[in-house]
Ligand binder design. Structure first.
Ligand code: ADP
Length: 614
């Protein structure tokens, strides 16, 4: 925040306004006061002169009008003595002039030579010609002091109509009056200066009481903006500014509470967002990403840096199909298929709009959910249903056509009827086998079975199964037993493991060429017994090796079915081996043969006591 410049601060402004106000007030008062004072002093001064003028006029008139004889002093002498008598104090000179402008007397001894001369004083001439008193303030040429010249006509009677017989001309020193005014003005100016200094001092004080709390609040607001709520504004009093400071502190507390609540909520939301398994992405109202949680980054395999600020549709890889406007109005979830040839990967995106009460759209929330597993299960379920229907329909269709032929009269034909019946019987058996296999798988899926485990010597157990096949085999296949000498005991459900080995051996024989060989063996691998049944038959293409354990999977459907397989044998085998805690897998090279491996766990300690192990 900018610092307030010196001349723009309220502090300086207040002090300046204060000074100007006081100056203005003193100026107005001073002008009025000094004018009044001057008027007053001047009129007092003039009044005192006028009083003497009246007396002088009377004496002079008497003297002029008096009948004179030789015993009496001359008029000029008499008048001179009168004017000298009155010429005291402020009066500098008094002259008596007759109506023909001749100077009759003067109180100034230096001007006695003027007596008998004509007066050329302007004031006198004007008073005579205008027949009225005339006065003016002029500057004394010698002393440079201001003097008041007054010329009053002397009439031969007391009335205003009486004839003018002369003029009384008085020069008085009015400078003393102005001197007094100027002294008083100086005192006033001194007072003004003192009051200005006091005003400045008081102004600074008053301004401080206002600006100090404001500056305090400003600092507080700046601290609050930086997240520091510990600071408090000092409350100087209970006036309006004090109230403002109290309110400000209250506001700080409330803001602190609100901020900590928001912060706590944010942290809560943060932890919810990062701990949930679903991905969450939030955008602004233009569709640019403003928030993305860690699961979303993991699901989309991207980093936060490259995501923030980018359009949502492009990050989800659906910018070709939808723009942001479409996503806002999207009611259904969108499946994002990131599957590759190697692995399926499907995400489901649900969209919801962040809307204000006014309906204004603020952004979009996208929730991402990994539905790969779900989709896989769903696909498997659909495939399973279609497989089952297909597997059942084929024998049923065959049986129907044979039964129709029999019903149409073939039953009478002894040469074909038995073979027709034989086919229907085979198909029925196949269906029974299929249904039995399905039932068995279903029981395993729902864990609706228990393994009846017995401890058996695996060597003889395995041998007895191979013996059974060797005795029953119809094909020209040789059996090679690569079994270890030592005895190995395992705890197994013999029925179930027999079924597994039966299935593997019958497949090996089934897919072996005429004259081929089937090898049997087992070894110890860690805590497991690894069993191997290998043939040199047609083999399985590399890409299908892992799939032969899937339900209904057959490499060559037509061929496998013709061999009477259901496609469930190895799927059941896998379930059974896994139920025993083992694993089953195949290794095969197309055209060279196939080896099926499976492992079974055995407990080393248990058999040590019997000394059966090497
Ligand atoms: P089926 O009843 O069809 O034999 P399985 O589940 O036992 O069903 O086997 C699945 C598929 O695996 C078979 O259809 C066959 O294509 C392939 N298969 C299994 N064992 C062998 C083997 N030893 N040699 C070649 N292919 C085999």
């Amino acid at each position: 925040m900018h610092k307030v410049s010196f001349f723009k601060s309220i502090h300086v402004k207040l002090v300046l306004i204060y000074i100007l106000l006081i100056l203005l007030a003193l100026q107005i008062i001073g002008i009025y006061f000094s004018r009044e004072l001057e008027q007053n002093l001047k009129s007092n001064f003039q009044q005192s002169i006028y009083q003497r003028v009246d007396l002088m006029q009377y004496s002079i008139r008497e003297e002029i009008l008096k009948e004179r004889d030789d015993t009496m002093p001359s008029l000029e002498e008499s008048l001179n003595s009168i004017v000298k008598e009155f010429s005291t104090g402020d009066i500098l000179e008094i002259r008596v002039i007759d109506n023909r402008y001749r100077i009759l007397a003067t109180s100034e001894s230096n001007n006695q030579n003027l007596i008998g001369q004509s007066s050329n004083t302007d004031t006198v001439r004007r008073a005579i010609s205008a027949e009225t008193a005339f006065d003016l303030i002029s500057l004394d040429k010698k002393t440079r002091n201001r003097v008041w010249e007054l010329a009053t006509p002397i009439r031969d009677g007391a009335g205003p109509e009486d004839e003018i017989i002369g003029v009384l001309y008085i020069i008085s020193d009015i400078e003393t009056v102005f001197g007094q005014v100027s002294d008083i003005n100086s005192i006033f100016l001194g007072g003004t200066a003192v009051s200005l200094v006091i005003t400045i001092f008081l102004g600074i004080l008053v301004a401080r009481t206002i600006t100090q709390p404001i500056a305090d609040m400003r600092k507080q607001a700046q601290a609050m903006a930086k997240g520091n709520f510990a600071r408090k504004v000092r409350v100087y009093g209970t006036d309006e500014i004090g109230q403002l400071a109290i309110t400000f502190n209250h506001l700080t507390n409330r803001l602190q509470e609100a901020t900590s609540t928001t912060e706590a909520e944010r942290r809560k939301l943060d932890s919810v967002l990062s701990n949930m398994t679903d991905g969450v992405i939030a955008t602004d109202r233009k569709g640019r990403i403003i928030l993305i949680n860690d699961p979303a980054l993991e699901l989309l395999h991207i980093s936060r840096d490259v995501t923030l600020g980018r359009p949502i549709a492009s990050v989800l890889g659906i910018e070709q199909e939808y723009n942001f406007e479409d996503l806002i109005h999207m009611n259904d979830a969108v499946n994002l298929n990131f599957s590759t040839a190697e692995a399926p990967y499907i995400l489901r995106a649900n969209f919801s709009v962040i809307q204000k009460e006014t309906g204004f759209i603020n952004g979009l929330i996208t929730v991402l959910h990994d539905i790969t597993e779900q989709e896989k299960i769903e696909m498997e379920r659909r495939e399973f249903v279609s497989n089952v229907s297909h597997e059942l329909r084929t024998p049923l269709t065959t049986m129907r056509s044979y039964l129709e032929a029999l019903a149409d009269g073939a039953w009478k034909d002894e040469s074909i009827a038995p073979s027709f019946l034989n086919v229907t019987q085979t198909e029925t058996e196949r269906m029974i086998r299929l249904v039995n296999d399905l039932l068995q798988l279903s029981r395993m899926d729902s864990q609706d079975y228990e393994l009846k485990k017995d401890i058996v010597l695996f060597n003889s157990f395995f041998n007895s199964i191979i013996d059974r096949f060797e005795m029953a085999k119809s094909q020209n296949v040789t059996f090679e037993r690569l079994l270890p000498e030592a005895s190995y005991y395992v705890e197994i459900d013999t029925d179930k493991v027999t079924q597994v080995i039966d299935n593997i051996i019958s497949n090996a024989i089934k897919y072996s060429p005429d004259g081929g060989s089937v090898r049997f063996g087992f070894t110890v691998q860690g805590e497991m017994l690894k069993v191997m049944i290998s043939d040199d038959g047609m083999g399985i293409p590399k890409e299908n090796v892992t799939r032969i354990f899937d339900r209904f999977y057959r490499v060559d459907r037509a061929r496998a079915r013709s061999m009477g397989g259901t496609g469930l044998g190895l799927a059941i085998a896998r379930e059974m081996i896994e139920a025993h805690g083992g694993k089953i897998w195949a290794e095969s090279e197309e055209g060279y043969g196939t080896t099926i491996f499976f492992t079974l766990p055995y407990d080393l300690d248990e058999f040590d006591e019997e000394g059966e192990w090497e």
